[in-house]
Design a protein around this ligand. Sequence first.
Ligand SMILES: N[C@@H](CCC(=O)N[C@@H](CS)C(=O)NCC(=O)O)C(=O)O
Length: 221
Amino acid sequence: MIILHGFAYSNYYNIVKHVLLHKGVPFKEDLQWGGSDDYLQLSPAGKIPSMTLDGGEHLSESSVCCDYLEDAYPDPALYPADALARARVRQIMKIAELYLELSCRRLLPFAFTQSEVPAPIAGEVREVVSRGIAALNQLCEFSPFVTGSQQSMADIYLRYVMGVTDLGGTLLKWDIGNEIEGLRDWQAMMAELDISKKIDADRQANEKDFFAMVQQRIAAR
Ligand SMILES: N[C@@H](CCC(=O)N[C@@H](CS)C(=O)NCC(=O)O)C(=O)O
């Protein structure tokens, strides 16, 4: 059985977990916080999540894990059959990750230490996120799913990208999601899926331990 390594508070972990649950692939969860030399055997860059496959091979990087799951378990499909339509799904995933997620991730240390975001960093993040907002407004349909009537990998990616993005927006006093037309209604619809409810409940249950781990690491610096 596939083993998913990581922790339920992680949005990247939840992307892969959502795909596993959507496809009905049996898997076990293995709590890992990362940061140890041993973990590098599972994930060479030390990033959460990683997966151990049935044959004992390890895979890391969420998008790689998701693409592996799509190839190995094609039904139900999370990409359209047409090559261009597939590329359009990936384009949205890439833009959401590069310009929303990774920009807002720069703000997490300030959230963890409850400190003010320095103005130059806030300015840089705002500039990049603004590009992401403009791009997603151009590309997302939300009718009702991100690229149309079928749920795709882009729905799963964007849902969890918005976790970090909304947190970043709070620190910047900026309602980022509200600037993407249709996103808030789509988020509410996605939150009603049974899989989303399970993932959100697991995330909530992991919250206290996650912040205790973060505080311990900050104190040990
Ligand atoms: N590119 C990676 C990013 C994963 C990532 O940043 N995970 C976070 C947890 S949400 C992590 O491992 N943070 C610890 C670290 O960067 O050392 C992926 O797509 O899986």
